[in-house]
Design a protein around this ligand. Structure first.
Ligand code: OAD
Length: 245
């Protein structure tokens, strides 16, 4: 493992970065921290909504018990997010998609900020706060900022719920499989702003590494994935990523 400060990008990393054709970028809450989105560990998780703890209001059980309350919480969060803008890290990552032959962006975030910065075909492992999904037939609907959110499914008439992975739920089918395939093909894998403890997302760098990829972590703190990485850039994503230009 090569530790580096924001000032020192190693020659090896620079060479890998400049010569790579296939890159995978895995992001977590930290990539949006500089946009004003709270991370989960160290703030967000302790939040309460009308007296209900964050992990209860965002749970599968709550969808069954009180879907209206779940919507209130997600509507509130979505309205807060609507005001926020992508930061330099989101823009750099979006730019990488034009630089490399293939640059797959896989995020655990539901905030839509990668797309707002121009990233394409983002694999959203934990869903999106900007979509609703039918509780029966799984039909999905985009939620427009300036329009009233629909409550019932046009296809089958049943109720809609936020299209995000809640506590107690598994990942949507397909998304992880595509991400894992891209991880096994990439030459360089960036792990940016994630604590690396939530699986299966945290397994993607392991897949990439065992397939021979060069791993680079960007995070102000060390994580359980740091030891696996070839380069660890200790700093904020919005400050570190532009240094790779
Ligand atoms: P965490 O909150 O667990 O971790 C955020 C990481 O970002 C930490 O390692 C911080 O050190 C790092 N960080 C903070 N500021 C940063 C910055 N400016 N630049 C770079 N890194 C920074 O968030 P995740 O790893 O995304 O799942 O959490 C994973 C999943 O746990 C979430 O998607 C969520 C939660 O349960 C679901 O909701 C399904």
């Amino acid at each position: 493992m090569l530790a580096a400060s924001t000032q020192s990008i190693s020659a090896e990393l620079r060479h890998r970065f400049e010569s790579a054709k296939r890159v995978l970028v895995l992001t977590g809450a930290g990539v949006s921290a500089e946009s004003g989105v709270p991370t989960f560990r160290g703030g967000g998780n302790s939040a309460m909504w009308k007296g209900v703890p964050f992990d209860v209001i965002s749970s599968a059980t709550m969808v069954e018990r009180d879907l209206q309350a779940v919507w209130e919480w997600f509507d509130y969060r979505r309205n807060l997010l609507a005001e926020l803008q992508p930061n330099a890290a989101h823009f750099e990552i979006a730019r990488w998609q034009n630089q490399f032959e293939q640059c797959t962006v896989v995020t655990q975030n539901v905030d839509g900020l990668h797309q707002k910065a121009g990233a394409r075909d983002v694999i959203e492992l934990h869903g999106s706060i900007w979509r609703a999904r039918c509780i029966s037939c799984n039909a999905r609907y985009e939620i427009q900022l300036d329009k009233r959110r629909s409550e019932l499914c046009i296809a089958c008439g049943d109720r809609l719920r936020p299209d995000v992975v809640l506590f107690g739920e598994i990942l949507p089918p397909g998304a992880f499989e595509v991400a894992a395939e891209r991880a096994s093909e990439c030459e360089v894998c960036f792990v940016i702003g994630t604590s690396g403890i939530v699986y299966p997302a945290a397994g993607l760098p392991e897949i990439a590494k065992s397939a021979g990829a060069y791993l680079c972590e960007v995070n102000p703190e060390l994580t359980p994935l740091s030891g696996l990485c070839d380069a660890v850039l200790t700093g904020k994503a919005g400050e570190v990523l532009p240094l790779l230009k």
